[in-house]
Write a protein that binds this ligand. Sequence first.
Ligand SMILES: [Zn+2]
Ligand SMILES: [Zn+2]
Length: 725
Amino acid sequence: MRDSANMQSVSVLIPLALPGPYDYAVPDDMMLARGDFVRVPLGPRQVNGVVWGPGAGDVAPAKLKPVLARHRVPALRDPLMQFVDWVAAYVLAPPGLVLRQVMRVPAAFEPEKPVFGYRPTGTPPQRMTPARQRVLDVLKDTPPLPGPDLARLAGVSGSVIKGLHEAGSLAKTELATTGSERGPDPQMVGVALSPAQQEVAIALGTAVAAQTFGVHLLDGVTGSGKTEVYFEAISEALKKQRPALILLPEISLTAQFLARFERRFGSPPALWHSGLTPAERRRTWRAVAENRVQVLVGARSGLFLPWSDLGVIIVDEEHDGGFKQEDGVVYNARDMAIVRAQLTNCPVVLSSATPSLETFVNARQGRYKAHRLAARHGAAELPDIELVDMRTSPPQRGTWLVPQIGTAIEAAIERGEQALLFLNRRGYAPLTICRACGHRYACPNCDAWMVEHRFRRQLECHHCGHARPVPESCDACDAPDQLVACGPGVERIMEEVAARFPEARTAILSSDHMGGVAGIRETINQIAEGGADIIIGTQIVAKGHHFPKLSFVGVVDADLGLGNGDLRAAERTYQMLSQVAGRSGRETTGGRALLQTHMPDHPVLQALVSGDRDAFLEREAAAREQAGMPPYGRLGAIIVSATDQQEGLRFAQELARKTPSHDALRVLGPAPAPIARIRDRYRFRFLLKGTRQAPMQAFISQWLGGVQRRGSVRISVDIDPYTFL
Ligand SMILES: [Zn+2]
Ligand SMILES: [Zn+2]
């Protein structure tokens, strides 16, 4: 029943940065209900929106503009609409901007365009050619095919097909576009699980079968087969005919993962990521809205797809910082997945070998149910982790790798295995200096050094993307050929490796891959298939990949990231190094990792060597509790930026004067941001620190509501910030 069918006016939320929904009149011949997608006038334009409820009634119905049309798309369900409102209130974004995450695919509202294919009529053409024959041969064993596919399969040009159509040998026929494909099959038999895996699989399956909300931590060491275990939870959802959503850090969406899925369920899942074509996005969005998708694997925005129901949400690599969206609507998809699951009343599974401290504490306090896999699957054992003290045994002058690492690489290659060198720094060198005058190359738009990228022969800013060719003479003193590169990036390590192992096949895995995300995935697949002997990678290599032949990991600079003063510096370094080391020895015997460090006594490095993760997390948790930091307290950040430094500063000072006071909240700042200028905008930060119960959002709303933004000033709010730059 469309219960609100007698509404005279409706409030419509429009996916724009407006303060809230607007009222529209409902034409006599239209029936509308909450959740319907509609087309409405907005000023001189027509826009799409969603009926959010009955009209607020502030404007007399006679004065309202009418709704123009209702789209033939299934209405949004209540849990998703509540989710939009919840996220908007939590991250302090206009609800329309959050709704925009749902409505990113405007083409999905248009009626489906018919797709035509060709079938043979049985009438041979008067003139037969080898090309024409190939086309007819292809169609002998297949259903009708669209022209481009047919041309590709037959190896002919489109004109050959057109010619056959005109000759009466091919006829056009409309193809079905929806719903006929076979979906994942829960009845297929998966890989054999160990007793420990079986126990967790049953527990998760029971939770899914119960169809109630709960948060589950799937905590298993690297290589313990967490994926196979949560596949069983998905299988249970499929049996209940409720769809499953798997969220992965974008880069982890590889052919490898999909192959594992297909082995278990017999057909691939639906996909949702930035690499889809507009047509694929449209088809997938539509299929989700029409409840035709059973399992979808996606990046964080998969949460905002128009699900009519969900049986389980899996957040794989839950500790990964990539789940935090930093532009536009600033949200953490891991945390929002929990909210989404609660509103939909289904369980959510957080999976990781290195859970975030927040998740660890929640599990220890019993808010999340923890399931543990303490051993690697099968015969594999966790790698040995050793430290190399760079203070007492530094590498040779002009090199970055200690001799032990060279020896270990050599041994791995001799055994026909792979070695990985990890350095979380893109490019060739992080700083370029003139030897003659000491000039340092900085970005003209940011307070940051230009990073040399030798393969591309340019200097690049990693904050704004500004790039310039490497100059032949110094900008400052004009001396030719005096520029020196300071410090290593992955390209420089590659250079050293190539000189030392000229015969070895090498691969670089870095987010600035020429081929974009697709190129990265391809390189990952090549490595997994044994197509490289030595891999040099940035943090991308830490994201759950399975490289069966990898047996040695060398970490070039284990201290990088420990010194930046960020509240999560230790936790993140532990996670990253533990994940990187965990790539080794997954299917080989005797996996090993060597970490180059100047701080061998640092608790993070000691925890990695001893393998006592929980003791490390307990200590971190105690320190956070002491300091009232998350998860024992709450943080918020306000960033004021302006193109004019004085304008920004004056505004930040005015904001500071108007700070409301509250017992449970402290405001620190304004202070110039650690990177005080990005993209030619001067930046000032406030940090808000409160107790767990502190009314952070209400406080910020009241505060910012009392000041008028002006000039070039922009204000952005980051609730639960992960970056402090
Ligand atoms: Zn110079
Ligand atoms: Zn820059």
